[in-house]
Write a protein that binds this ligand. Structure first.
Ligand code: OSB
Ligand code: MG
Length: 369
């Protein structure tokens, strides 16, 4: 590969509806689209998923932008790369900053696939022609509003419904949901809102036949998650805790979870996602691909990684229209009856549409040799 420049397109996008989790409400997304251009003028695209503020994890959009500009993009331009798996090794001296690393690595993966006339799914080793998707619903002001949202998404055919919970908006809310929908595939995501002191409340959730409870405790609490998993029947799924291959290994060995949500950005890119995939498969831990309210580029990367065989549970990569009035890719991602077709076009499988992107673009920084 011969990458001559990297462009960092900084976007400000309005979400169709505010998205509320236990850690806060977002109504905008600040997204950096990374474009890696080779000496033939061919471009590959990645997306940096860091949030506006360091609330989900320690990374945030400004820190990620600096990390990409100052450290990661120059290294990619200065070094000869023959395969995208080499990107992780080049960046590994720099600690963490996984979402920044992943944004850059993603652009290299897409470019590699395009240079070789393959789909990104083929390049990562995935075999599926379509993937199952669910939908993640934020907290609403009232349970009735949430029930309306659920109704809408059940009618759209999503394969499972995930609802956000936090203290005070949990057992009673779930009782109302199960009262109306006794059988839908349902799961909850706490985004670390509880501690082991809440163990009785978390046990009480066993009665709702949930597919899983995602990240009930703090990210670093993998020992406490192991204690919790022994005490409850509902499978624990880890999200924030799994920020590396090592964290996945420790969590599996300790019995901290029965399921893992892989987010490409959180673990540092596709190469690390594949390593975690293979490790989890060896230990019979099923996976699904989480989301970070991505625009089209990130959604397509998520779909590509989901084509690996151990992603057996529906992911959060819903339709573009779930979050955006207009996405930045053509064609947009469309889920029909909870299924997304994997594109057979090279790379991510859709065009980044600069005409559409213009309305969101605040600034582009160009890094050259
Ligand atoms: O915890 O999975 C999460 C969105 C932003 C930050 C964290 C999370 C989420 C979601 C939405 O749950 C996933 C999506 O639809 O992209
Ligand atoms: Mg989560």
């Amino acid at each position: 590969m011969n990458i001559k420049e990297i462009k960092l397109h900084q976007l400000e996008m309005d979400l169709k509806n505010p998205f509320t989790t236990s850690f806060g409400t977002q109504s905008k997304r600040f997204i950096t689209i990374v474009e890696a251009v080779n000496t033939d003028g061919l471009s590959g695209f990645g997306e940096c998923v860091a949030g506006e503020d360091p609330l989900y994890s320690e990374e945030f959009m400004d820190s990620a932008l600096i990390a990409m500009k100052k450290y990661f993009a120059p290294i990619i331009i200065q070094n000869e790369i023959s395969h995208p798996d080499e990107v992780w090794d080049l960046l590994v001296p720099f600690k963490k900053n996984n979402m920044a690393k992943s944004g850059i690595e993603g652009a290299v993966w897409d470019l590699y696939a395009k240079e070789n006339g393959m789909t990104l799914a083929e390049a990562v080793g995935g075999k599926k022609a379509e993937v199952d998707v669910g939908v993640s619903l934020g907290l609403e002001d009232t349970d009735e509003l949430l029930l309306d949202r659920i109704e809408e998404k059940v009618e759209e055919g999503y394969k499972r419904i995930k609802v956000k919970i936090k203290p005070g908006r949990d057992v009673e809310m779930l009782r109302k949901i199960r009262g109306k929908y006794p059988d839908i595939p349902l799961m909850v995501d706490a985004n670390s809102a509880y501690t082991l002191d809440d163990i009785e409340l978390l046990k009480a959730m066993d009665e709702f036949n949930l597919m899983m409870i995602e990240q009930p405790l703090a990210a670093g609490d993998i020992v406490d998650h192991a204690k919790l998993q022994k005490a409850i029947q509902t499978p624990v799924c880890l999200d924030e805790s799994i920020d590396s291959y090592q964290a996945a290994k420790a969590s599996i060995e300790l019995g901290s979870c029965e399921i893992i949500n892989v987010k490409v950005g959180r673990v540092g890119g596709i190469t690390q996602s594949k390593r975690i995939h293979d490790l989890a498969a060896e230990h019979n831990i099923p996976l699904w691909c989480g989301g970070m309210l991505e625009a089209g580029v990130g959604r397509l990367h998520n779909i590509a990684i989901t084509t690996l065989s151990n992603f057996t549970l529906p992911g959060d990569t819903a339709s573009s229209s779930r979050y955006w009035k207009e996405d930045i890719i053509t064609p947009e991602v469309v889920a029909e009856n909870g299924v997304v077709q994997v594109s057979d076009q090279p790379g991510i499988g859709a065009e980044v549409d600069f005409d559409k992107m213009k309305q969101y673009l605040k600034q582009t920084d160009v890094i050259t040799a």
